[in-house]
Ligand binder design. Structure first.
Ligand SMILES: [Zn+2]
Length: 285
């Protein structure tokens, strides 16, 4: 073998060995730990509805902006970081990390007062939240243009404006009733087939409203009144929802198993309870 050729051959072997070493290092190094270090995370989810200054209106589903601000400050002081449904999906499906102490803050029904009070309070603190809208209400106020902190719901343009803070999820189109039907559940007098058609069409209508407004299409269904059943879960999962939120008061354990994101528990934030008492109850069990 000529000397020059032998030198080249040796260099090539050396290069291959270095590359193999690099691959082994990458395989055991930077690419792996995310999955191994954080297999399960405890996740409390808080549930708010209306935010109003008027003390006469405060109660189970209405708290003052002062209370909300105190809750947010206390969460930050305790080292909690807000996450959204997208963060949970990235953790479960792609192995992305979650903060050490995650908390999810949710607002149900999509009231316009969330824009007036909650949006600036969250934005000032660099926090995020989930707002679950009733599609028919958002559509109604988008059409008529009305904005009133006492009773109107968020218009589509406001939902677009708040994207830096709020992730929008589906709280039905118009199954937010509590009469013959409990939330989105099947009525006594309804066949399984009719019910399936109603739930699918109602849910899809809110998905369409948001997608036509160029907003991200919800991947989470927030049950009206927290009322869920095995058949509603099956239908929503078949429709592609990766997460459902209920109202059972419990802390969630998030794992790499996609099933952990269904029927997640939440704690309702009512007026009348001090921030420290509320958070001690929710975060420390
Ligand atoms: Zn609701």
């Amino acid at each position: 073998m000529p000397l020059g050729f032998r030198k080249v051959a040796l260099q090539a072997v050396g290069t291959v060995l270095v590359l193999c070493g690099l691959i082994v290092w990458l395989d055991h190094g930077a690419a792996q730990p995310v999955w191994e270090e954080q297999e399960t995370v405890e996740l409390p989810i808080l549930m708010y509805h209306s935010i109003l200054k008027d003390s006469a209106r405060q109660g189970k589903y209405v708290v003052s902006p002062t209370v909300l601000a105190a809750d947010l400050d206390a969460l930050q002081q305790r080292g909690y970081r807000t996450v959204t449904v997208s963060d949970l999906l990235a953790f479960v499906q792609q192995g992305a990390p979650l903060p050490e102490k995650p908390v999810m803050i949710t607002f149900d029904d999509g009231y316009y007062n969330n824009y007036v009070y909650a949006y600036p309070l969250l934005q000032q603190r660099g926090m995020r939240a989930v707002v679950s809208i009733i599609g028919a209400q958002t559509d109604l106020y988008t059409q008529n243009g009305t904005e009133n902190a006492y009773w109107s719901h968020l218009r589509l343009d406001r939902l677009c404006e708040m994207q830096d803070v709020f992730e929008v999820q589906n709280h039905s189109w118009n199954l937010h009733e509590y009469g013959a039907r409990r939330g989105c559940l099947r009525r006594q007098d309804e066949s399984e087939e009719t019910y399936g058609d109603i739930l699918r069409e109602d849910t899809a209508q809110t998905q369409r409203l948001l997608s036509e407004a160029r907003l991200p299409v919800p991947q989470c269904y927030t049950y009206p009144f927290g009322a869920c059943s095995a058949e509603s879960e099956q239908i929503l999962q078949e429709m592609g929802f990766a997460c459902t939120l209920g109202c059972e008061e419990k802390i969630n354990t998030v794992t790499r198993d996609p099933a952990c994101l269904y029927q997640m528990g939440r704690f309702n934030r009512a007026a009348g309870e001090g921030t420290e008492i509320f958070l001690n109850r929710v975060l420390e069990g």
